[in-house]
Design a protein around this ligand. Structure first.
Ligand SMILES: Cc1cc2nc3c(=O)[nH]c(=O)nc-3n(C[C@H](O)[C@H](O)[C@H](O)COP(=O)(O)O)c2cc1C
Length: 295
């Protein structure tokens, strides 16, 4: 990768044209919107609302279904020419569906597959796979068996009792990297309207409000696992990204900040990281990774 940022799943990644644009404008890697087993409309509008500390969304995982993604993967071949890695993201409503979708996606040869085991739309309505270490490990090992060599990223939820235990279970099951992590469940009510702001009422909190939460998970994971960690949640500046690197992240995912300040955020983040490193005498990120753990 040209730099340690990646576009998070679900933000501008809903079609190939947008992903290619983000790649050209400076993202180190791009992640597709999560692809599911069959066509799904998602929730009614409003699905994404900006508030004073970030975003809240209940998009409801709209997807054309993997059987309708051939054209998109075809168009995305352009990413190979500009040498920006493509991460495909997948979800299922039960573990068997992860395998079905993963087999299709693997045949399209993305650089990695991210398992959105933190999606809220499971067969148990609102329960996330990534709340359960055993089930998360099972999904990782089954997909690994079915897809062979393609690197797998397991995406955690901050809503788990112990996201770290889930991360450890995923590493033991064969995951190649862990993303920490997805949005935090929450809700916002408009007092004047006396109603929740989202049509679905509850949703996922992302952006600045999420940073201290996922940063702590990243920090704790770094002490327990050996595979790389993608820090994600509230990154919108070089300082935010460096905090995640210092906690132990290898890569920094950016989502809400793209929504809020545009695709220039990748270059801005990298430039700010560079400037901080020059000012403080660091020539590479290796020396900074996990530095916050030092006594
Ligand atoms: C509008 C929206 C849609 C999202 N869709 C997905 C998705 O399809 N799959 C997924 O794994 N995460 C999805 N996410 C979560 C983001 O990928 C990211 O993990 C989260 O927002 C935290 O990063 P951020 O604070 O930089 O936004 C979505 C987030 C938002 C705001």
């Amino acid at each position: 990768m040209k730099n340690p940022t990646r576009l998070a799943s679900g933000i501008l990644g809903v079609n190939a044209g947008q992903l290619i644009r983000v790649a050209k404008e400076g993202a180190g890697a791009v992640t597709m919107k999560s692809i599911g087993p069959r066509e799904r409309e998602g929730h009614k509008n409003p699905t994404v609302i900006e508030w004073e500390h970030g975003l809240i969304n209940a998009v409801g995982l709209p997807t054309p279904g993997y059987k309708n993604c051939d054209d998109e993967f075809e168009e995305l071949k352009e990413l190979k020419k500009i040498k920006v890695p493509l991460i495909a993201s997948i979800y299922g409503t039960k573990w068997e569906e992860f395998i079905e979708v993963a087999q299709y996606v693997a045949s399209k040869k993305p650089n990695a597959i991210e398992l959105d085991i933190s999606c809220p739309n499971t067969e148990w309505e609102g329960t996330q796979f990534a709340c359960d270490p055993k089930l998360s490990g099972k999904i990782v090992s089954e997909v690994k068996n079915a897809c062979g060599k393609i690197p797998l990223i397991a995406k955690l939820t901050p809503a788990a009792n112990s996201p770290v235990e889930v991360g450890v279970a995923c590493e033991e099951a064969g995951a190649d990297a862990i993303c920490a992590g997805n949005t935090m469940p929450g809700m916002i009510i408009n007092a004047d309207a006396m109603r929740p702001v989202l049509a679905f009422k509850k949703g996922g909190i992302s952006g600045p409000a999420l940073k201290p939460i996922n940063l702590k998970i990243t920090y704790e994971l770094y002490e327990k696992i050996k595979i790389p960690i993608i820090g994600e949640g509230g990154i919108g500046s070089g300082n935010d990204a460096l905090e995640y690197i210092m906690a132990g992240a290898t890569l920094c995912g950016i989502g809400s900040a793209v929504w809020q300040s545009g695709t220039g955020v990748f270059k801005k983040t990298c430039n700010e990281m560079d400037a901080w490193m020059k000012k403080n005498g660091f020539s590479n990120l290796e020396k900074l990774r996990g530095i916050a753990h030092e006594k």
